[in-house]
Every structure is written in structure tokens, then in C-alpha cells.
Design a protein around this ligand. Structure first.
Ligand code: GLY
Length: 356
């Protein structure tokens, strides 16, 4: 490409369209009639922070704001919660003790998306994902490049490793391997009660965490965010499903939106969020579509390891404001937070494969 041709001009020329033609011909009529549309915002987080996030997002929707602004505000509330070890600030680190965040955002109105992966030092990765979406011609930025990009846009570097997360990580390191040198010296090992040092600290949890936030605004426009610190103690550089459009998140303005939490590796292979939206497009309601995605994953594993039930949780909304949520099995509750003009409520979905 000649350096004199800008990226966008090159794109327009190669597509055989002048800028004028693009402007007049290809801009679709966005959204739908405001008649009969009930704004709604949901999150997979059902704790107090999830509820606070819903109130923050709802204030925007109730004031006539966009689904995009509402989901970003709500996701930020969860991301900055230092007590939450699965998302943003306070998230559990990778195996080297470094917090690396993944996040994606999708705007149904403009069929636009942005994402960041392995982002360090920035508390609100979903906001960086939004800038990637709105101020670049890219969808996904990773690692140092994503961090440099965020700094250019004024995001502040902060240490994301809270005391709580650091201690959980150290405890995990000590418990990892009897044959390494983490933990008390050999001659004291049997004399000291190993657990006494860690008394009062939370039990080590190896978890995937993550949150999804999905919303519909008064114009019927739909947007979604998935954001996470990813698999705790992951191999540095590992990227989960959360920043992969179609896997951890998908939005179709004519249909609805879906988001995933749980074992990202399964969600990437199955493109579960895209699958859920396709199922809704085929007429399944959000609850059925979430369960369909779990059945699809288990059908694959059944042929390989019939006893393997990965811990996914899916949430979805459709254009009519119906909701759905399904989990596989284990200790995950198939519930999500919902905020509408009727107030806050918890939607109870279904465990698709209950423990026997
Ligand atoms: N679902 C989050 C992750 O696997 O990273």
C-alpha cells in the first residue's frame, strides 16, 4: 500500500466504494422503535457488588442513556472492587504473581467490538476495550501493546495485586510442590503446623471467575461486556475466552446478547456466546439457548471423556428482554442479577447437568 493512501481510503478503494457512497449507502437504520422496549441490564455477578453495578448501570438507562454507557459503568464497579478475586483490581495473579486482565466489549448498534488481553496495571480493562473499539480499526490488543495504548489514552498505571490476592497466591505457591523450596525449611517442616502461618487468610481457590454485563436501552440497542482476571495462577501469557468475540461475549442487535464465565478453553473451542445468540435467532428463548450451549459442549466431550463436566456458566438476554442462565455442575449457581424499571431481582436459571 502506498504510504500516501490512508488506511481508511485504502479500505474504501479496495471495496470499490467512495467515501460518499459509504456514507449514503451503507449506514443501516440502527436500533428499533422505542415502542414497547423495556430497558434492562443484567450481570452474572449476584453478590453485593453485582447489585451495586446494576444500580450504576440502571441510572444511565433510566436517564435515557445508551446500553454501551450503562454496561461500561456497571462493569467498572465490579472491576474496581478490591475484594473480588476474579475481575480487575484484586483479581488473582498468574503463576508469577502478576495480574493479567482480559476483557471485551461489543456494541450491537454499530456491529463494533473491542478487546484487550494480558493487560497489566490498568484497573478497568473494559474501558480500554471500549477505546480499542471506538478509536482504532482493530478489535483485539494484547500485552505490552495494549498497556502502551491504554497509557496513551490517559489510563493510569496502578498495582493491581491486593494484599489479599498476594497472600492467596503465596499460599498456592507453598502448597504447589512438596519438592521445591517454597515454605518452611526442611528441618522445621514437621515441627511447624503448616496451616498455622496462613490462619485467617482465605482458602486458596483455583478459579476462572469473570463477569458478564449485558444491556438493552430505550432504543432497543444492545451491548455487552465480559471482563476477568482469568484463570487464577495461569501460565503467564495465557488468554481465556473473555476477550475473544464470539467466545466470552457476543451481541446481535436484532437478536440479543450472551456472555460466558467458567473454563475459557471450552468456551473458545465452542464459541459458546455466538452459538447462544444463533440459537436465539433460531427461535430458542435465552434459557433454552444457554442450556443448548452446555449440551453442545458435553456432546463433544462425551466422545472423549464422558465424565468430564467443565464448570461453565452462561447468561443471555433477547431483544424482548427475556433472560436466561445455565450452569454445568459443581458449586456454580445458575443465577444472575437483573435490573429493570421493576427494580432489582435475581433470575434463577438451571443446572443443565446436576451432580448425581
Ligand atoms: N472464563 C475466564 C477464563 O477462562 O479466563
Amino acid at each position: 500500500m502506498s504510504s500516501k493512501i490512508s488506511r481508511r481510503n485504502f479500505f474504501n478503494k479496495t471495496m470499490g466504494l467512495s467515501a460518499g457512497a459509504l456514507f449514503f449507502k451503507s449506514i443501516p437504520i440502527f436500533g428499533s422503535s422505542a415502542k414497547g422496549i423495556t430497558p434492562i441490564i443484567v450481570t452474572s455477578h449476584t453478590n453485593q457488588t453485582g447489585q451495586m453495578a446494576m444500580e450504576a448501570g440502571w441510572r444511565i438507562l433510566a436517564d435515557g442513556g445508551s446500553a454501551l454507557d450503562a454496561i461500561e459503568k456497571a462493569a467498572n464497579v465490579i472491576e474496581v472492587d478490591p475484594e473480588d478475586t476474579s475481575v480487575g483490581y484484586g483479581g488473582l495473579p498468574n503463576e508469577n504473581g502478576i495480574v493479567q486482565l482480559d476483557s471485551s466489549i461489543m456494541d450491537g448498534k454499530t456491529y463494533n467490538a473491542g478487546a484487550v488481553a494480558c493487560l497489566e496495571n490498568i484497573k478497568t480493562p473494559s474501558s480500554v476495550a471500549r477505546v480499542v473499539m471506538e478509536r482504532t480499526d482493530h478489535v483485539l490488543m494484547v500485552g505490552q501493546g495494549a498497556l502502551d495504548f491504554a497509557r496513551k489514552w490517559g489510563f493510569k498505571d496502578e498495582d493491581l495485586l491486593t494484599e489479599k490476592a498476594r497472600k492467596i497466591w503465596l499460599r498456592w505457591k507453598e502448597n504447589m510442590n512438596e519438592n521445591d523450596d517454597w515454605g518452611p525449611p526442611d528441618h522445621l517442616k514437621n515441627l511447624q503446623k503448616k496451616e498455622s502461618y496462613w490462619e485467617g487468610f482465605p482458602e486458596v481457590e483455583h478459579h476462572y471467575g469473570t463477569t458478564n454485563v449485558l444491556a438493552i436501552d430505550k432504543n432497543g440497542d444492545i451491548a455487552g461486556i465480559t471482563t476477568t482476571s482469568g484463570l487464577s495462577f495461569k501460565i503467564p501469557g495465557r488468554v481465556g475466552d473473555s476477550p475473544i468475540i464470539g467466545a466470552g461475549l457476543y451481541v446481535d442487535n436484532e437478536v440479543g446478547a450472551a456472555g460466558a464465565t467458567g473454563r475459557g478453553e471450552d468456551v473458545i473451542k465452542s464459541l459458546a456466546s455466538y452459538y447462544i445468540v444463533l440459537r436465539m435467532k433460531d427461535g430458542r428463548n435465552p434459557q433454552q439457548a444457554c442450556e443448548d450451549a452446555l449440551h453442545m459442549i458435553i456432546d463433544k466431550y462425551r466422545k472423549v471423556n464422558p465424565d468430564f463436566y467443565p464448570g461453565e456458566k452462561f447468561v443471555a438476554i433477547n431483544k424482548s428482554g427475556e433472560t436466561g442462565c445455565a450452569t454445568m455442575r459443581g458449586n456454580r449457581t445458575p443465577a444472575m442479577s437483573v435490573r429493570t424499571s421493576d427494580g432489582y431481582s435475581k433470575y434463577k436459571g438451571k443446572v443443565a447437568y446436576p451432580d448425581k
